[in-house]
Design a protein around this ligand. Structure first.
Ligand code: FE2
Length: 207
């Protein structure tokens, strides 16, 4: 192998591992009778999930999640749509049929990355959840999807360092590469006078 090729390969960033959008992607949930999920309409736009339709404030601990979207060459990508969705403080997705959903939680948000490839969301610290009568147990996570010109839409999940159940979670524990695993685990730090915030950068796979 020639020296230049080795150098070029070694500077490439590893893409963020893909994770399925799952059954609760608000624009297009899986039509499983079990969940009774319906597409969310109208689809809320904006980066603050802690305010529900009608302006009600959500339950749960407010956090900020921000990061950059870049390619494997490390170039930041402006104008990329970033969507997130997660359970509310009572453990429900917004598209699920559940009588006790938090009416103050939007459950979904979408923004475009700025000129520096950056996105920011205000949401709540997620909790883990169980489905199928406990057959599936998930550690706390936020679903995240990126799409835009020149990209194959790409979905992944944001996980949290020290969250209960990370070791047993079938998605979290699947990432063997210690470097990649570290990148997938957000560390929330409390800013003075603010709420906890964490960074999650996304490296989209080459098309
Ligand atoms: Fe989920």
């Amino acid at each position: 192998m020639s020296a230049p090729l080795v150098a070029e390969t070694s500077t490439k960033l590893k893409p963020t591992p893909a994770v399925t959008v799952g059954p609760f992607y608000p624009p297009q949930p899986m039509g499983l009778p079990f969940f009774g999920a319906k597409p969310l309409s109208p689809l809320p736009e904006g980066n603050d999930l802690t305010i529900g339709p009608g302006g009600k404030q959500s339950e749960g601990e407010k956090i900020s999640l921000s990061g950059r979207v870049m390619n494997t060459a490390g170039q930041v990508l402006p104008g990329i749509r970033v969507e997130i969705w997660q359970v509310d403080a009572r453990g429900h997705y917004v598209v699920e049929k559940a009588a006790d959903k938090d009416p103050g939680f939007a459950g979904y948000g979408a923004v475009s990355t700025d000129a520096a490839g950056r996105y920011t969301f205000t949401t709540i610290r997620p909790q883990g959840y169980a489905r199928y009568g406990g057959l599936i147990k998930r550690a706390a996570h936020i679903h995240l999807r990126v799409s835009g010109a020149g990209l194959t839409p790409f979905a992944t999940e944001v996980w949290f360092a020290g969250a209960p159940g990370n070791e047993r979670d079938s998605f979290v524990s699947r990432i063997d590469d210690p470097q990649l695993r570290d990148r997938m685990l957000v560390r929330l730090s409390k800013l003075e006078g603010g709420h906890p915030s964490g960074t999650f950068d996304v490296v989209v796979p080459d098309a």
